[in-house]
Design a protein around this ligand. Structure first.
Ligand SMILES: CC1=C(CCC(=O)O)c2cc3nc(cc4[nH]c(cc5[nH]c(cc1n2)c(C)c5CCC(=O)O)c(CCC(=O)O)c4C)C(CCC(=O)O)=C3C
Ligand SMILES: [Fe+2]
Length: 422
């Protein structure tokens, strides 16, 4: 099937939870939540140092960095991501307080202040010993999961806190209802809005198409995503990263159709490719897809930023500036649906994800809207590896830092027996 052939909604999984012991960590009495994110520049003078942090040792061509620096420069050198994380942190604190859960929320970034090692040191100095990390990325791949696990592993090593501070992470939440519901709401509203635009232009029945957009990654990273050296699983298109997006897209579509009576053909497309031209990354690019669809007579596009948690630079530039411009250049009606951001349902879902790690270890308490989930608390050996050499990691069955591994026997016993890994 060509990547742009419309997907059907029939494959949508409903709330099916394969009951699996594997990869689950026993509940713990965490004493703080760590909100871990990407980080972004907060002024023109931060732009280049930030980009150097992001791309260190990554082989990103200078021309690409130059180009990306303009996206930030055009916005005063400021990425929206830090402000959004401040708002998410405040919203999480409010929701925890409303539920009577006494857990402070600490914030640390991979690429800009407050940096993760500094946050860990401050947490330890303030008396915290067991942190539960939530990252602002929902899917499985090196950039969105393992790199966070490594950054914590390295920070614990570098600060000398290894063995004194435990850091675990909540499962990847791509198919958690808290993450998916805002997209269902947004897609239904987006379809109605584009239909109204088309009607106002005199063609109420013109064909529309939904594009679920996510970050492109190298195909090699895509193949390694969610893999286990011990228990290989077969993922659609050979990648857990791709399969998770396809399954979540299908889940969104079946709910949109059931609840709003609207539908349209849909596809998964990619954006923000970087890297050297000879290195293959996931395709098609969203702009190429829009051109191709226009050529087939599509008149309206709904862009759903399914791969992203907040309206940061990759969304406001690559989608709102570039992709919507491509649509308008081709005379297409179009809209970009909001990300979960600080949507009540998303914030409440994140607190549910925290609660399932502190209160209960019952798999039936773990909602998942696709057949791929609920995803693991503890990643399997080799999961999302990126072939750049071994680094210390947390929250893995092969982990040797962070002291979390003293709670692994239950999880790894499941793994060794292969229980429930499909
Ligand atoms: C999967 C994925 C997500 C989604 C998951 C998640 O949300 O974490 C994501 C998010 C983000 N990516 C971001 C920014 C950048 N990503 C870059 C580069 C790269 N991203 C990659 C992947 C991803 N990236 C990859 C494989 C590279 C190549 C270099 C490498 O192998 O690491 C570069 C370097 C320049 C360029 O090449 O574009 C920048 C500036 C920002 C911040 C936006 C803001 O400032 O508001 C966010 C949230
Ligand atoms: Fe990125």
């Amino acid at each position: 099937m060509s990547p742009l052939d419309p997907r059907t909604t029939a494959a949508a999984g409903t709330t099916v939870n394969p009951v699996t012991e594997a990869g689950r960590m026993a509940p713990k009495d965490y004493d703080a939540v760590l909100l871990a994110s990407f980080g972004g520049p907060e002024g023109q003078e931060d732009v280049i140092p930030f980009l150097r942090n992001v791309t260190r040792g990554r082989g990103i061509p200078d021309e690409r960095l130059e180009e990306v620096s303009h996206h930030y420069r055009a916005n005063g050198g400021i990425s929206p991501i830090n402000q959004q994380n401040r708002e998410l942190k405040a919203a999480l604190e409010a929701e925890l307080a409303a539920r009577g859960i006494v857990l402070p929320v600490l914030w640390g970034n991979r690429n800009w202040a407050p940096y993760i090692p500094q946050t860990l040191q401050e947490a330890y100095d303030a008396g915290h010993r067991k942190l539960l990390m939530i990252t602002t990325s929902a899917y499985s791949c090196y950039s969105s999961c393992r790199q966070y696990r490594e950054d914590i592993g390295m920070a614990l090593t570098e600060t000398g806190l290894d063995g004194r501070l435990e850091v675990d992470k909540v499962r990847q939440y791509f198919d958690h209802p808290g993450f998916v519901e805002p997209f269902i709401e947004g897609t239904a509203a987006g379809l109605a809005e584009v239909r109204a635009q088309l009607a106002a232009a005199g063609s109420p029945d013109a064909p529309m198409h939904i594009l679920f957009a996510t970050h492109s990654i190298p195909t090699r990273d895509a193949e390694a995503a969610g893999r286990s050296e011990a228990e290989p699983r077969d993922f659609e298109e050979g990648s857990a990263y791709v399969a998770q997006h396809l399954a979540t897209g299908a889940a969104v579509m079946s709910r949109v159709e059931a609840e709003s009576g609207q539908t349209a053909p849909w596809s998964l497309v990619y954006q923000s490719r970087s890297g050297a031209p000879h290195v293959p990354w996931l395709e098609p690019d969203i702009n190429d897809a829009i051109e191709e669809l226009a050529g087939t007579g599509v008149k309206g596009i709904v862009i759903v930023p399914l791969g992203f948690v907040s309206d940061h630079m990759e969304v406001v530039w690559d989608l709102d500036t570039e992709a919507l411009e491509t649509c308008s250049k081709l005379g297409l009606a179009a809209i970009r649906v909001p990300t979960p951001g600080t949507h009540r349902t998303f914030v409440s879902g994140l607190v549910d994800l925290i609660s399932e790690r502190t209160l209960s270890n019952n798999i039936s308490d773990r909602p998942a809207m696709t057949k791929l989930g609920p995803w693991y608390d503890v990643c399997q050996p080799g999961c999302c590896a990126n072939f750049r050499g071994e680094k210390p990691t947390i929250a893995g069955a092969d982990t040797t830092v962070g002291t979390g591994h003293d709670a692994y026997p239950a999880a790894t016993a499941g793994l060794a027996g292969g229980a429930g890994i499909q």
